[in-house]
Write a protein that binds this ligand. Structure first.
Ligand code: ADP
Length: 458
């Protein structure tokens, strides 16, 4: 007898098909073989269906194994029916020791067992909707714990559940570290903000106090200068008168006596000192008054359109005396055409130029002092350049400050300044929106450059 024998046959119209053959020998009553009885059945469709199932099974098995998630199938009692290699890895056990032997609850940390059990019960009850996704602590066979994210679903026909678990321990750790860092950062920001706010309040207080002190200083400077100037002018006047009378009436009397003559000469040279220092004090007081008036906005500005060439010429006329004293220094002027007009207070501008020219004369032994003005875009640049002693680099940024007189001993004319001239220059130039700068090479000379806005002739 032959059963289940497969053979590929052909139909009458030449189409192949798979036939399953069952055949047996039929015997006569006396035991002689009579004939062979056979049944052919066309099993092509059945075989095709079986092949499809096999391929599909392969496909789903491969999916199950390679989803990347640890996956298990378990029954209503929680008994694990199937698991993939990822789950073996997570559990720390081979599947032979898991499938059919352990329940999923064996892999849940005991602190979370109740919660997970509740979900399981809910899944068994119709109508309730337990969460499908949640995190829990997975307990490996060796007792180590991992944080996992699980997705549970029901397979209706099989009365089974599938659970896919993704190990999120590292992510959780990073999240926790991030949260700690964030919290720390927030504390730091909070502390810094607090500190800044306190500092801001302190600064505001200090600023208010400084402004108060500045006001006190300005009014003090202004009233003291004013109060000192009047008696000082009187003192200077009387000193001059005494000097004159001494020369006229007393000097001749002393001419015959060498002792008296000597004393008279000393007294006359003392008068020179009184006069020089007195005049210096008057200059200082005038400069102080000017500065405090400009700073406090008390000063009046009589602005009018004026040719810059005119301002330059007036300044040269006023300063020329200083240059007569030293024939080794030449004063050169390169005035621009008359069409360059500025809207300024002539006297104030004169003051700027005189300060710069007098300084140039004071600090230049030989060579030249050049005064020039030229147009540069909307600005007029005025330059006072000398071939004098120059200014050390570390003092360049300070000389515009009040009372900066580092180089007082360098003055060549022996006429010490007040240390306020350049501060006044800067105040005046900045009042007109310009800037003043200095360039210098010690031993070669200095150049002061200031700018003024040109008036457009439209
Ligand atoms: P001062 O009355 O002392 O001249 P200024 O404010 O006019 O005061 O100048 C400040 C300082 O700048 C001077 O003491 C001097 O050291 C320096 N200075 C100004 N102009 C010149 C210059 N042309 N050459 C060298 N040094 C200068």
């Amino acid at each position: 007898m032959v059963t289940g024998y497969h053979a590929t046959l052909k139909t009458r119209d030449d189409k192949p098909f798979v036939a399953e053959l069952n055949s047996k020998i039929v015997f006569s009553p006396d035991g002689e073989p009579q004939y062979i009885e056979g049944i052919f059945r066309d099993v092509t469709t059945r075989l095709e269906a079986e092949e499809k199932v096999r391929v599909s099974e392969l496909f789903y098995r491969s999916l199950f194994e390679n989803t990347g998630a640890a996956t298990v199938l378990f029954d209503n009692d929680g008994l694990i029916e199937r698991c993939n290699s990822k789950f073996e890895e997570l559990a720390g056990l081979p599947r032979e020791q898991i499938v059919g032997k352990l329940r999923w609850t064996d892999f849940v940390d005991k602190d979370e067992l109740q919660r997970m059990w509740n979900y399981h019960q809910q899944r068994l009850r119709a109508g309730s909707t337990p969460p499908k996704d949640y995190d829990f602590t997975f307990l490996s066979h060796d007792g180590s714990k991992r944080f996992v994210h699980v997705t549970v679903d029901r397979v209706e026909e099989l009365e089974s559940r599938t659970a896919s678990l993704v190990d999120i321990t590292n992510r959780k750790q990073v999240e926790e570290e991030l949260a700690t860092l964030n919290a720390r950062l927030e504390t730091i920001v909070e502390e810094r903000t607090q500190a800044l706010a306190t500092k801001a309040v302190e600064l505001e207080k200090a600023n208010a106090r400084l402004m108060e002190l500045d006001e006190i200083k300005s009014s003090l400077v202004s009233s003291v200068s004013h109060e000192l100037r009047t008696p000082l002018t009187a003192l200077l006047g009387f000193a001059k008168l005494i000097n004159k009378n001494f020369l006229k009436y007393f000097s001749p009397l002393a001419a015959s006596d060498p002792e008296l003559r000597n004393r008279a000469e000393v007294m006359l040279s003392n008068f020179v000192v009184i006069d020089r220092e007195g005049r210096r004090l008057v200059r200082l007081l005038n400069d102080l008054l000017d500065l405090s008036r400009i700073e406090s906005g008390e000063i009046r500005w009589h602005d009018e359109p004026t040719a810059i060439s005119q301002i330059l010429q007036d300044a040269v006329d006023a300063a020329i005396g200083e240059f007569y004293e030293n024939s080794d220094v030449e004063l050169l002027v390169d005035a621009p055409e008359d069409s360059l007009i500025v809207n300024v207070d002539k006297d104030k501008l004169q003051q700027v130029l005189l300060n710069l020219l007098n300084n140039a004369a004071k600090y230049t032994r030989r060579g030249e002092v050049a005064l020039t003005a030229s147009r540069r875009g909307p600005w007029i640049e005025v330059r006072v350049k000398d071939t004098g002693v120059g200014i050390p680099e570390n003092q360049l940024s300070e000389i515009f400050e009040i009372f900066h007189t580092h180089r007082r001993n360098d003055t060549l004319s022996g006429n010490p300044g007040t240390g306020l001239g350049l501060a006044i220059c800067r105040q005046i130039v900045e009042h007109y929106g310009g800037t003043i700068e200095v360039f210098s090479t010690p031993g070669q000379g200095s150049e002061f450059v200031f700018t003024l806005l040109a008036m457009e002739d439209d």
